[in-house]
Design a protein. Structure first.
Length: 164
């Protein structure tokens, strides 16, 4: 890995379990973005259900953009942008794999080592065990999700490069 403030200041991390249908939307997005020609300085990671194992990425990158599904009362496919600093800043209905990530964010914040974190959530209706495809509702918002994340990453990248 190179120095975080020079070559790779922004990480897009998709979170989720692709074996649980719409719950894997973050991973599906990461896999799609890995095929894109993103600007130098933006990296993409399939974070899967990593939790604490992903802590090193939060310490390495000055900007981390997380993408995950959430079970909430919002309309299915609703896309939200949250800036979490503490575990209670995360939506309560995030999947169980995010408990470790919530603790990582809070711990790094208390240690004064938390990067700039953006959480992009996609509202889903339910978790579909042993289904690898996204539902029609989530597939229909996928282009908007992709655009939201890439625009945010480019904005963050430009801000990081200007401040370097």
């Amino acid at each position: 890995m190179t120095s975080p403030n020079t070559k790779h200041p922004v990480l897009i991390m998709g979170i989720g379990n692709v074996l649980m249908g719409d719950e894997g939307v973050g991973v599906h997005l990461a896999q799609a973005l890995e095929q894109e020609d993103l600007p130098e300085g933006i990296e993409v990671l399939d974070g899967g259900t990593g939790g604490f194992q992903l802590m090193e990425y939060f310490e390495y990158y000055p900007v981390v953009i997380l993408i995950d599904a959430t079970l909430d009362p919002e309309q299915e496919g609703a896309i939200r942008h949250i800036r979490p600093r503490f575990s209670n800043d995360f939506p309560q209905a995030l999947s169980t794999h995010d408990i470790g990530l919530k603790d990582v964010v809070e711990g790094l914040n208390l240690l004064g080592r938390l990067p700039e974190v953006h959480l992009i959530t996609v509202s889903i209706r339910d978790v579909q065990p042993m289904r690898m495809e996204l539902s029609d509702a989530i597939r229909s918002v996928f282009p908007a999700l992709k655009e939201t994340v890439t625009e945010l990453a480019q904005t963050c990248l430009h801000r990081q490069l200007e401040s370097a």
